[in-house]
Design a protein around this ligand. Sequence first.
Ligand code: DP6
Length: 359
Amino acid sequence: MNTSQFISKNLDKTIEKVTFTWQTPSNIALVKYWGKSNPQIPKNTSISFTLNNCHTTTSIEFEKTSKNTVVDFELFFEGKKKDDFKPKIAEFFKRIEKYCPYIFEYKMIINSENSFPHSSGIASSASGMSAIAMCLMSLEKELNPNITDEFINKKASFLARLGSGSASRSIEGPLVVWGNHPEIKGSSDLFGTKFPYEIHPVFENYCDTILLVDKGEKQVSSTVGHNLMHNHPYAENRFKQANENLTKLSKILQNGEIKEFINLVESEALTLHAMMLTSNPYFILMKPNTLEVINKIWQYREENNSNICFTLDAGANVHVLYPNTEKTEIELFIKNNLAKYCQKNQYICDNAGLGAKPQ
Ligand code: DP6
């Protein structure tokens, strides 16, 4: 695989002090990434809707220093020094130092905040890592003004992936594919690519309401979960199925077959959790209210001939997905019938968005 294209070169300019700020969103996978090999290479292709309202805003102040042997940075989260987040970011810098050697020449002060409530169970690694990657690419553009916007997005996704796999899908939108797939032009294991075909209008501005069923810390981190796919009895079939689902979903997104979309997306969510139920050690991330909500969604869909459906990430929260044309009635249904299953009745209304925004 050609990773050498991402080693920065021609960094001719000297910058003494500069600050960049980026806002990057979270994303919700339709075909799930679950299982990886080193270094952050997915076992199957995944695709996600980029979100809009759930995002991280990060600014990095870069100040030139003499060349360090370790990357020198400080981290503030929501205005407070956050030393417990540092090891994860230090590990990320280790993974990317070969591609961005200039990070040894700057002292970095990183300030970050999320738009969604802290410990809401919404994974912040995708938005968090992609925001740092965009700030680094802004510095790289200053050092080498010849790099193109296309390269910036590609390399930002490549870097973000090394921090957290799903972060590679948070640079662009509204639909991003990560992982090499024969039917997705330009797709790669190394970075996310914007879905390259025209999307049927029914999937435009697609809505995602996130029901905060359980805001607690996850008992099992994604990293541990991914690792449990090694030697998992169903792993090979799962990876094959995910790649086949991607082929199907690519067609569905183009031809607008929404009933097939619902079937595939819900099946992906339940299969992800089935992998957790059947790993060793096994674990359950759904809560009783996750199942209550799923049953209510199925009942509402049946009774109202609605196109509402759900997906799950690695947690108990439910993402309720629906077309923009059904927004009014479904938001009412959520408020009146689903909010009660959420902690403190809390949920977040979101929709598909376009990715990273400079601030
Ligand atoms: C269930 O991207 O959080 O949300 O690469 O170890 O950081 P790491 O894992 P992460 O895994 C996300 C798993 C998922 C499915 C998905 O987003 O595709």
